[in-house]
Design a protein around this ligand. Structure first.
Ligand SMILES: O=P(O)(O)OC[C@H]1O[C@H](OP(=O)(O)OP(=O)(O)O)[C@H](O)[C@@H]1O
Ligand SMILES: O=c1cc[nH]c(=O)[nH]1
Length: 176
């Protein structure tokens, strides 16, 4: 198992991503953040918390989206996973939506998320923020707008983002 980002590097990267969002969305008047269940929400929780600290007094709508029933492999076994909670208490109609996930690989999770998201309204625009972009592995024409780290990994390897809240420590690792 090889370390890609230490806890400190992860914190610095999340800070940078938060500032990049501020560069593009300033006071977040029409922008909402949506974290993807199950693992993307740890990143989105931290980014939302960072933004609330950096922009005191600004309320940034933030929700969490489960995509289980929108996966294209839902009927093939993988979809038999128990769904997580969707918690979006606002409309996405005409909003700028920033989807947040930990890893972008084939792009199928994000495709499902875009489908699931439409149940909450028709956004004006959708952006994608990911902590890790695994290049050259896409099966769909989906690319991130904000990237923590781009990595090249071979097909047998897997990137895993560990979160203190869930895994006991913050780290990004490459598992052979
Ligand atoms: O771009 P993709 O190929 O969809 O992979 C990205 C997704 O993979 C991981 O989730 P999870 O481990 O639940 O999904 P996976 O088993 O499909 O990799 C990760 O949290 C991303 O959501
Ligand atoms: O390396 C990978 C590929 C897909 N999903 C992950 O979480 N890691």
């Amino acid at each position: 198992m090889k370390s890609i980002l230490t806890d400190r590097q992860l914190a610095i990267t999340i800070d940078r991503l938060s500032h990049q969002l501020i560069e593009n969305h300033l006071n977040f008047s029409d922008t909402v953040l949506i974290g993807l269940q199950p693992r993307g929400i740890y990143l989105s929780d931290r980014i939302h918390r960072n933004l609330q600290t950096l922009l005191p007094g600004v309320q940034i709508p933030y929700g969490r989206l489960d995509i289980t029933f929108y996966r294209d492999d839902y009927k093939s076994g993988k979809g038999l996973q128990a769904p997580d909670e969707t918690d979006i208490e606002f409309s996405l109609e005409n909003k700028k939506v920033v989807l947040i996930d930990d890893v972008l690989y084939t792009g199928r999770t994000i495709r499902s998320a875009m489908d699931a998201m439409l149940d909450f309204g028709r956004p004006a625009a959708v952006e994608l923020l990911v902590l890790i972009d695994r290049r050259f592995s896409r099966e769909l024409p989906i690319q991130p707008d904000y990237t923590g780290r781009t990595i090249d990994a071979i097909i047998t390897e897997r990137v895993k983002v560990l979160w203190k809240e869930r895994d006991g420590k913050d780290e990004v690792v490459l598992i052979a």
